[in-house]
Design a protein around this ligand. Structure first.
Ligand SMILES: *Cc1c(COP(=O)(O)O)cnc(C)c1O
Length: 481
């Protein structure tokens, strides 16, 4: 084939830009954006023509270029970040954004952000205020701490505490607690970044109070305890509780700090889960500072909260790094709104999605699973009637195990129920891929050739959508890419 002849059949940029079909797109996305996509598509066409060996192949490449441009524009400029339905049963799924906030929280955040707010303005005094004022009183009231401050996330909180209290000195940490949390958070790295020197004591499985005491020297600036969030050391073990470390304070005047990881603000035992140390307990046991995530079990926005002794918190607030790591106004408003729920624990468990999902009763989940399975079977049957090509789906309800996720409660198998779908015409993996490409993507788990949707992390309001999805027009039609 004469390639030069083929290239001459590629439409010209200026004639494409005058195409009636692209006029609407130019109005919508702007001339420059459409022009960029036109160049992009023409580049693709040119490359494809290079590889063409048959005239029909070339004809196909050259057909309907304006339509291709239109499709590409819609694809490019559709918001990339979107809501997804979490059928994994992992409540704090890092890939899916950890803690969902629920509706009321973002309304408050929007209210404070859409217009001006008193973010750092003291309305009573008519002068400059502090952004932590909006939530500090609540954290103190709930946890019993003297003062509190919040930064971008818990990793930032740890870095800030180490920098402010221990830069140039030594920090004593048990070898059993040199944690790595997913996403590059490692205790030794944080230490190095802060300019503090890590002094490891004890062994992986056993650390005693004498190990800490023997390591104390002139340079010691802090005892740090780190919650082993995503693992447990079991068997022949010994660790020193915060309480016991605090008893040494009388002698050494060295601050005791605990990185709790997931900040639990209410007693999970009351809801049938294993006991997790709460922030309240750690403060009561005498820790000088405790830090934890806002978007793990607390169920709030991404933040790192530091609570504890007033003089240390004041020092932290005055440090230049505080300015680097501070939270924005949306987070400030969201944090305050979520903390207000904790004034009444019953309300917190009802209104904070993470706690609601975590404490849902197995029997209630089973009932919901039956309901959803029923809806899905109905719509699957409808499809079979309406379409020549049937999509047979076996839908059953079965027991499964949910997880807290986000490095919280790693050993806790939370019993739950899942919808198990096994399609006949396609594999479970292919079904899972198609579900990910839906307008509202559905994320499930493939297990033993079936797709599982754990009902614990589903919301009832999504049931009609899920049933409709399995009705097939969007899942089994030809429009999935
Ligand atoms: C999760 C976790 C962190 C990091 O918290 P982010 O809010 O994700 O930055 C730090 N320490 C511990 C012990 C954790 O569990």
């Amino acid at each position: 084939m004469d390639k030069n002849l083929l290239y001459r059949r590629i439409p010209r940029v200026d004639s494409l830009m005058r195409e009636e079909r692209l006029a609407e797109q130019i109005r919508k996305f702007g001339y420059g954006s459409v022009l960029a996509v036109v160049h992009d598509v023409l580049g693709e066409v040119r490359e494809a023509l290079d590889g063409c060996t048959l005239a029909e192949m070339a004809d196909r490449e050259l057909a309907d270029i304006p339509e291709r441009i239109g499709r590409k524009l819609e694809e490019w400029f559709e918001p990339e970040m979107k809501r997804v339905i979490n059928g994994t049963g992992i409540i704090l799924h890092t890939g899916l954004g950890r803690a969902p906030l629920g509706k009321g929280v973002m309304e408050r955040a929007a209210l404070a952000s859409e217009s001006y707010s008193n973010l750092e303005y003291d309305l009573k005094k008519g002068m400059r205020g502090e952004r932590s004022a909006h939530f500090e009183r609540l954290i103190c009231h709930i946890t019993g701490a003297q003062a509190a401050v919040a930064v971008n996330n818990n990793a930032a909180a740890v870095l800030l505490i180490l920098t402010v209290l221990a830069e140039g000195g030594e920090v004593i940490v048990s070898r059993g607690e040199l944690v790595e949390i997913g996403g590059k958070f490692r205790v030794p790295d944080m230490m190095e970044l802060s300019g503090a020197k890590l002094r490891e004591v004890g062994t992986t499985n056993r650390t005693r109070i004498s190990d800490y005491e023997n390591a104390v020297c002139e340079e010691t600036k802090m005892f740090l305890k780190v919650h082993t969030s995503n693992y447990r050391i079991v068997g022949f073990t010994e660790e020193v509780p915060v309480e016991e470390l605090c008893r040494m304070k009388k002698r050494y005047k060295i601050p005791v700090v605990e990185d709790l990881g997931s900040g639990v603000l209410l007693d999970l035992e009351a809801y049938g889960l294993k006991h997790e140390p709460t922030v309240q307990e750690v403060i009561r046991q005498g820790a000088d500072l405790v830090c934890f995530s806002g978007d793990k079990l607390m169920g709030g926005p991404q933040a790192g909260i530091i609570a504890g002794r007033k003089d240390y918190i004041e020092k932290i607030k005055r440090h230049p790094l505080m300015r680097v790591l501070r939270i924005d106004k949306m987070t400030t408003a969201a944090l305050e709104t979520v903390l207000l729920e904790y004034l009444e624990p019953k309300k917190a468990v009802e209104n904070i999605p993470v706690l609601r999902m975590l404490t849902r009763k197995e029997e209630d989940i089973r009932k919901d699973a039956e309901k959803l399975a029923g809806l899905m079977r109905e719509s699957a049957a409808e499809t079979r009637e309406n379409r020549a090509q049937a999509n047979h789906l076996h839908i059953t309800v079965e027991k499964c195990v949910s997880r807290a996720g986000g490095g919280a409660l790693p050993m806790e198998d939370i019993p739950s129920f899942a919808i198990a779908v096994s399609p006949e015409e396609i594999s479970a993996g292919e079904l899972s891929r198609r579900l990910r490409h839906l307008k509202i993507p559905v994320i499930g788990r493939v297990y033993k050739k079936r797709l599982l949707l754990d009902v614990r992390t589903l919301e009832e309001k999504d049931f009609p959508y899920l049933a409709e999805v399995f009705c097939g027009s969007s899942l089994f039609g030809g429009e999935i890419g």
